[in-house]
Design a protein around this ligand. Structure first.
Ligand code: ZN
Length: 144
């Protein structure tokens, strides 16, 4: 049985190399997936450096933003900035852009509703496209 499981694991890894490193997942917009209770949020840096968050149910179907509360802190050196989010269409979008610079941490605090337990995510802000996969570096799913 153990051998069979190993074989299945090897086959699964061979078929889905992107999932082999299951730590970071990317969403349909090539953003970083933040796993929440029963749903996923997708962190995405727009061209104007605002952050937009899309939501998906457990099956991966896109859902309009509802009661979720997102707050982010951009830990830019000398310019630590708290970002608040507002609803824009189906998304939650930061009211201000990320501070200039790259490589600093963005701490995202996500709650599925105002009274839900908050979950924190630390994302290293690197917005250039990864060479090994088509995602921005902050949502890189490969081993580059
Ligand atoms: Zn990559």
């Amino acid at each position: 049985m153990k051998t069979l499981l190993s074989i299945i694991t090897i086959i699964a890894l061979a078929i889905t190399p992107a999932l082999a490193d299951a730590k970071i997942k990317a969403g349909p917009r090539k953003g970083r997936i933040l796993e929440l209770e029963g749903q996923n949020a997708e962190f995405f840096v727009e061209k104007d450096r605002t952050v937009s968050i899309a939501f998906y149910d457990a099956a991966g179907k896109k859902q309009p933003a509802a009661a979720q509360v997102i707050v982010a802190t951009a830990e830019a050196p000398g310019a630590k900035t708290k970002l608040e989010f507002e609803k824009k269409g189906d998304l939650l979008v930061s009211k201000a852009p990320l501070p200039a610079g790259e490589g600093y941490q963005v701490v995202v605090q996500a709650k599925t509703s105002a009274d839900a337990k908050p979950k924190n995510f630390r994302i290293k802000l690197l917005t250039h496209t990864c060479g090994g996969c088509p995602n921005p570096e902050y949502a890189c799913t490969c081993d580059e």
